[in-house]
Design a protein. Structure first.
Lengths: 147, 193
């Protein structure tokens, strides 16, 4: 069984293995970074650390309407760097059996397919399991990740 | 700067304000270049200020005091330092006994005060970046101690390469480092003797 932190953005349900998640906090006091790529939502100060926040919906090029009433950030540590994933809502932690993980459907969006490790069928919805490394591998980070 | 923001060259870094909000720090040189105006090269600018400032402020210069290799404090005029950086140790590569790091899309040699420069195995390694004619070197240091406004009066000439001499700074015997030596060592030595 793997524990997944469940969250939604742009109407889509996602899960991230809990060992990648450092903390979860409400979005507050974010500073936009002019000239940054569209994936970057901005930077914020979390207990004295500067966290670079990545907008998951923009990163995955999801066009569906957002629910921006109470946006949340999922904190992820990458070496010396603190990153955050901006999502619409964070749900509970689900224990899901690896045998239930199915390969991503063939009609899944290419960007989403490249960042997903598979899908889980829940009662009513499909949950896309994300790979933290591939999700964060974009833009200038590509060359650094290759080292 | 986060690796996700390196593509925004106009910002040299970020800072946290008193109210906890984060601000971007603009690099004026890059800003000027992006506006299509030629910015004065860093070496010109630094010699300019180094010449003008001492006279106006009774011969004091800003000295960056740091520790490296030994417990004796070392100092360098702040105007000669391009940048103070902390680099991720895992980005440091060693080839032929030389340490190299990828820095702003360039390869930059890292030099130390000892033949076998000690590199931290984990977390962040502080370095001083010196630039000349668009080429940079990184000097491995242990820690930044302080910045002092002092008269730079070298009392005893140095007997080791890389050390100009010794001066009294805030009552402590401090080694004044020879930036020119490290910049010259860039191509051939790869490290200071």
């Amino acid at each position: 069984m793997t524990d997944y932190v469940i969250f939604t953005t742009a109407g889509q349900l996602f899960g991230l293995p809990i060992e990648h998640v450092q903390d979860v906090f409400a979005l507050a006091n974010i500073t936009r970074v002019p000239l940054a790529s569209p994936e970057i939502a901005g930077v914020l100060n979390l207990r004295g650390r500067i966290v670079t926040v990545i907008d998951l919906a923009n990163r995955l090029q999801l066009d569906a309407p957002r629910d921006a009433t109470a946006p949340m950030v999922i904190g992820i540590e990458r070496g010396a760097e603190s990153l955050g994933i901006l999502v619409d809502r964070v749900g509970e932690v689900l224990s899901l059996a690896e045998v239930d993980r199915e390969p991503t459907p063939i009609n899944l969006d290419r960007t989403l397919d490249a960042t997903a490790t598979g899908v889980f069928r829940l009662d009513e919805k499909i949950l896309v399991a994300l790979d933290a490394d591939r999700m964060l591998d974009f833009g200038s980070s590509r060359s650094i990740a290759a080292q | 700067m986060s690796s996700k923001l390196r593509h925004v060259a106009i910002f040299s870094g970020m800072a946290i304000l008193g109210d906890g909000s984060v601000i971007m720090v603009i690099d004026p040189n890059v800003l000027a270049q992006s506006l299509g105006r030629a910015a004065p090269s860093r070496s010109e600018a630094s010699t300019d200020t180094a010449e003008r400032e001492p006279r106006s402020q009774q011969d004091t210069v800003s000295l960056l005091i740091f520790r490296a290799a030994s417990n004796r404090p070392k100092a360098v005029p702040l105007s000669l330092v391009s940048r103070i950086e902390e680099i991720d140790c895992r980005n440091i590569e060693t080839t032929d006994g030389r340490h190299i790091v990828k820095y702003r899309d360039e390869l930059m040699p890292l030099l130390g005060f000892e033949a076998q420069a000690r590199i931290k195995k984990e977390s962040a390694q502080p370095i001083l970046v010196f630039s000349e004619h668009g080429r940079s070197i990184g000097l491995l240091i242990d820690e930044i101690v302080d910045i002092a406004e002092e008269r730079l009066d070298v009392k005893i000439a140095g007997d080791r390469p890389g050390i100009l001499g010794h001066a009294l700074i805030r009552g402590d015997i401090t080694e004044i480092i020879d930036v020119g030596f490290f910049l010259a060592a860039r191509g051939s030595l790869g490290r200071a003797a």
